[in-house]
Ligand binder design. Sequence first.
Ligand SMILES: [Zn+2]
Ligand SMILES: [Zn+2]
Length: 562
Amino acid sequence: MNKFNDFVWETHGIHAGTEKDYVKHGIDKLEDIVDKAIASKHPSITFIIHSPRLTNFRYTAEKNTNIKFIRGNRSYINYPKRIANLRKKYKNKINIKFGVELEWMGADLGLQWSRSKIFQAEDADFVIGSVHFAPEGFPYDGSKEEALELLKLRGSLEAYWNGYFNEMIEMIEHFGDMIQVIGHIDLPKLNVEVPEVLQNFENSSHPLANKFRTLLEIIADRDLTLDVNMAGDFKGVGVYPTLNILKRAFALQIPIAIGTDTHHVKYYGYKFQESLQYVYQAGYKHYVSFSKLIPEKRTIFNNHNLKVKYTILNKGIELLNQRFHNNHRRIIPDFSFGGSFTEFLDVYKNATGMGDYNAIRIRKANKSITVSNETPMPENHKVKGLFSEHLDIPGVISSLFNTLASEGVNVETARLKSNNDGTAVAFLTLEEDNGNIKNAIDFISGTDKEVFKTLQYKEEVDLPNFYEEGVYLLEMDGVEIKLALSKKVILTKHHNAPGVLLILLSALASKNINIIDLRLGKRNKTGYSALAVDGDKHVINNLLTKLGDQYYEANLIEFHSM
Ligand SMILES: [Zn+2]
Ligand SMILES: [Zn+2]
């Protein structure tokens, strides 16, 4: 039997403080808690901050000061910078994630306010949508007195909860594309009783039970993640949500994220192992964390081999999801597993098997990729093509493609390898020889003599082995690629004709972006390219928007997951 992990990749993690505010909230000295995490040998730590509220959504404690202030306003604006500084300070010591807990304050001004707050927290790893305040102006998680005021206004326990669920549903309808996670779904239990019909919501025909079932189904349909929140446990009302809710979520295949939601250093790491055991009781064997809005899968077990496999899975999810626009990135793809990954078939509902093929295929809409940590076998059949040995500097590959294109020669496949000594080798297979290959070689030798050491067209030769250990992108949309993944990868899908790829290569050369590796693939008239590159992401992204409509898709893929 596997042991549960004693570490959790938190999402609703540690609340960063409001610094100089009149009513303090959260932890101000973030360094203290990072040091604590490092001392505990934790690979990662997650901060979260509340978005500031509109002025008429105030807790009694805030109203009772004689100064009017928007709690956390200044610290919220500073927050991304504080995190950036922390990341710099603790570089290579610990991975630091950060997110925002967005306050739902109704669909009118509250909605515009919240949109503006998301812009201020650009680059966040995730956004949690939470309802803390009723439109009547009373908080669900304030004092008992505030809750009782609201209860009196609404008239019954059922009406109290019904209002909360309505606000949740309204939040998802308006915010669904801006958030990844639903915060503490049964928060009102902090201050009021849970009515009988809700305790048995699975079987009850009461409208409130029906409303709650609907809420869970909406969460499932929108591919949102449910927050499993330990704050309820240390506040004495039990984990948010209760186990029967979590079981229902599991049945609906709703992904879960786990966190302590702590505002005090003393609760850092609170019952990490128990929280994993808790979700396991509901059927979950994994949960998610987030990196740049993309969900990462995490095993609940303390098992090294399993963690390695999840790392490969996460790289794949990250890669595929970055082929989609932002608001589709949180949607978890479908999977197929083969070879040593076959054990995942039991964990992922609806996953299909790939037999002995030792890889993970990840698919969503009309896109798919296949990844593996198995180093591809060297191909030992005889090949014909263009062999080159040249200086490893930006622009060389572009120059090669340039001259071939000028002779109407289309490159079919390309492999590139740096010798790590200032030189590199390339092997290109070319579409049928139109009689101009020799001419092209002569031109390249004339134009770039000092760059190319050798450049020869050979037939019936052994293909050199270009493969080293790594995580490989084996296929893209079913087309063979076999690129070893590095930190930055460009993937394109384009019209496969002479000169098209040259547009990309010239664009990169114009900004001195070095190509570390390059693979091409094709299916009929559609070409695919995968390039491992080195350079500034803003420069590269800017180039990729300008390639023209012969490019059906061109994305820079970056890897943040661990
Ligand atoms: Zn909250
Ligand atoms: Zn919170």
